[in-house]
Design a protein around this ligand. Structure first.
Ligand SMILES: Nc1nc2c(ncn2[C@@H]2O[C@H](COP(=O)(O)OP(=O)(O)OP(=O)(O)O)[C@@H](O)[C@H]2O)c(=O)[nH]1
Ligand SMILES: [Mg+2]
Length: 389
């Protein structure tokens, strides 16, 4: 599957940059292209300069709202970013259209953090604009939810809720990424967003590559292609990935074929267990109406039993879902498992943002009016003084 990836704001831009690197890796390791274009869009010049892989020209690192913000961002005001995106969005659309292999693109992926200003406000507006102009292609979103420590601030909750509601109504599917879940096991990651970004992006590697493979030895018995992914993705979506070792020599004595096979099958179940416990957002698999898994391991290790066990396990936990699957022959000694749960009818975390922000709407709109119209208390105190200007 080939994507055009457009990241908004700092978080979105960095993740889009990561997808650009993913394409380099696919090209280098496998000789295939999975990203037809990668773009970063921001109201902040400094954040665009900080990227490393997206082409460093104004058509790939796009500044919007330059006249309004002078390139200094929108300081968490997502309604300002939304207005800027509406005004300057055509600049982004034109740039996307100039992608060299645009006609090969299967879908768009827009990315942003929900809690800031630029990503939160621009992602839904741009998703809508892209959708209107390219009705034949799917538009997916990756929305990164804030860390717990950011949630003390009202704006964080409010921006997230408004962004989620808006993007859900325009995108074909929304991948929910809960930042907090990535530091659950390793708190040092809090200060290492680059590492978190790698973890966010990794599940997409095999997923996008599988259907693009050209080499016979890397083509699975059941190829998972763009069609399967498009059929699966809709609405709230969680994604997970695990990597484990496979085909490691067993202890002396456990060498019969039967023992080997059952031990390896057990590995499959373990991997599925681990993947489901590390999904990008906490959810109940029973709430998914569609699901997908892709197993990648050395061809000789992917026996029928292993694949059947994986399918049985997922069918058991995601009992309401239509399940699609694929196998993708990969490197020796490693087993990668990617799982997607989609069309989730309930996501507790999203529901909580909506509930919590309901009480904030009035307060935030009052604050917006205050900053826009009322002079500050300090200025008020100077009203009787003359001015030199
Ligand atoms: N996973 C991840 N999260 C990030 C990254 N950068 C920022 N975030 C999170 O994304 C949210 C939004 O932050 P930014 O992307 O900096 O905000 P922005 O879209 O640039 O908006 P403004 O700077 O307010 O205009 C916050 O919750 C951050 O914790 C990143 O590189 N990776
Ligand atoms: Mg920013």
């Amino acid at each position: 599957m080939k994507l055009v990836v457009v990241g908004f704001g700092q978080c979105g831009g960095r993740i889009a940059d990561g997808f650009a690197r993913l394409n380099k890796r696919a090209r280098g390791q496998r000789g295939i292209e999975i990203i037809t274009g990668a773009f970063a869009v921001n109201t902040d010049t400094a954040d665009l300069i900080g990227l490393s892989t997206i082409k460093a020209d104004y058509r790939h690192r796009i500044l919007i709202g330059g006249e309004k913000t002078r390139g200094h961002g929108v300081a968490k005001l997502n309604e300002v970013a939304a207005a800027i995106a509406r005004e300057d969005g055509d600049k982004v659309i034109d740039a996307i259209r100039s992608t060299k292999r645009f006609y090969e693109t299967d879908a768009f992926l827009v990315v942003g953090g929900s809690a800031g200003g630029t990503g939160s406000g621009a992602v839904p507006i741009m998703a809508q604009m892209i959708k209107e102009r390219h009705m034949d292609k799917q538009v997916y979103a990756i929305i990164v939810l804030p860390f717990e420590h950011e949630e003390a601030e009202k704006r964080t909750i409010y921006n997230t809720a408004v962004c989620l509601k808006s993007i859900y109504s325009v995108a074909d599917a929304v991948f929910l990424i809960d930042n907090q879940r990535y530091i659950r096991k390793d708190a040092s990651l809090r200060s290492n967003v680059a590492k978190i970004n790698e973890m966010i992006i990794e599940p997409f590697y095999n997923l996008l590559c599988a259907g693009e493979e050209k080499k016979t030895k890397r083509i699975g018995t059941k190829v998972l292609d763009a069609g399967d992914i498009i059929q699966t993705l809709s609405g709230w979506t969680a994604v997970g990935h695990s990597k484990s070792q496979i085909g490691i020599r067993l202890p002396f004595g456990l060498t019969s074929n039967f023992m080997k096979k059952s031990a390896e099958t057990h590995k499959g179940v373990q991997a599925m267990d681990q993947t489901l416990s590390e999904l990008s957002i906490q959810c109940n698999p029973k709430d998914a109406a569609s699901a997908l898994y892709l197993i990648s391991a050395p061809a000789q290790e992917m026996n029928v039993d292993l694949i059947k066990e994986l399918g049985d396990y997922l069918r058991d936990v995601a009992s309401e879902a239509i399940i699609r699957s694929g196998d993708y022959p990969g490197a020796r000694g490693v087993m990668n498992l990617t799982v997607i749960l989609s069309q989730l009818k309930d996501v507790e975390k999203v529901r909580e943002y909506y509930t919590k922000s309901a009480g904030l709407v009035e307060e935030i709109s009052k604050m917006q009016q205050t900053t826009a119209s009322e002079p500050s208390v300090t200025e008020e105190a100077s009203k009787d003084l003359p001015t030199l200007l």
